[in-house]
Design a protein around this ligand. Structure first.
Ligand code: O7M
Length: 212
């Protein structure tokens, strides 16, 4: 079944831990990014460890190969199981993340196309397709593709084949969970869960959408 991944973009550490604890039994993974890590530190990964869920570090890494390698090592040393990097940085810089992930027995996902309206300015016109092909060439574990544009996900699927596609943009950004769940390996949901009055009930609705 398509995985359900919580984007835990909650900047209050206590609240983040509370939501994660309540939601974890109903999730396949938790994605942490700048909002929570900048407010709480990388050690938040260790505090979430007892929930026994894969933790995805969403730093959208986009530097030179050596810097990417150093960032990725910090991420995996902290206890994350996956890292996300940008794709426009090119093969050598992507490979730096893929190689570190492989060394730690983890995974690396490459952002092929983003979900927000402004993303079309640079990702369309062949760029996202090129990045997806590069992700395959670099033996990344998968790509990030927009739930807000299912037709684009279908095009990128043809390029990446059976590699994983994780898709953000469901809920708050307007993407429809049941439409996109049929096309991807994991949907990433943030505000529609962590801002809900009852996050667990919200998760139940997204879970049902995965099989609809
Ligand atoms: O459901 P939301 O809109 O509250 O949160 C979506 C999450 O997915 C949030 O953490 C974003 O940073 C992330 N995201 C996008 O929304 N769009 C993208 O194109 C890419 C990502 C992402 O996760 O990239 C790895």
């Amino acid at each position: 079944m398509t995985e359900l991944i919580l984007a835990l973009d909650v900047t209050d550490k206590k609240q983040a831990l509370k939501i994660a604890e309540a939601c974890a039994p109903h999730l396949d993974a938790i994605k942490l990014g700048y909002p929570l890590i900048l407010s709480s530190g990388l050690s938040i990964a260790g505090e979430l460890e007892e929930l026994d869920k894969p933790l995805i570090a969403d730093f959208k890494v986009a530097d030179i190969p050596n810097t990417n390698k150093l960032i990725a090592e910090q991420v995996f040393d902290a206890g994350f199981s996956s890292i996300i990097c940008h794709g426009f940085i090119g093969a050598d810089a992507i490979r730096a993340c893929v190689d570190v992930a492989a060394d730690y027995g983890g995974a690396c996902f490459v952002v092929a196309e983003m979900s927000h309206p402004g993303a079309t300015a640079f990702f369309h016109g062949g760029t996202a397709e090129k990045i997806a092909a590069l992700a395959v060439e670099c033996e990344a574990d998968g790509i990030i593709a927009p739930a807000t544009r299912p037709e684009r996900v279908t095009i990128l699927r043809e390029i990446v084949g059976r590699r994983k596609i994780l898709s953000p943009g469901v809920g708050a950004q307007g993407g429809d969970a049941s439409t996109v769940a049929k096309l991807v390996d994991g949907i990433i949901v943030g505000r529609a869960i962590y801002e809900a009055k009852d996050p667990v009930t919200a998760i139940t609705e997204f879970s049902a959408a995965r099989t609809a």
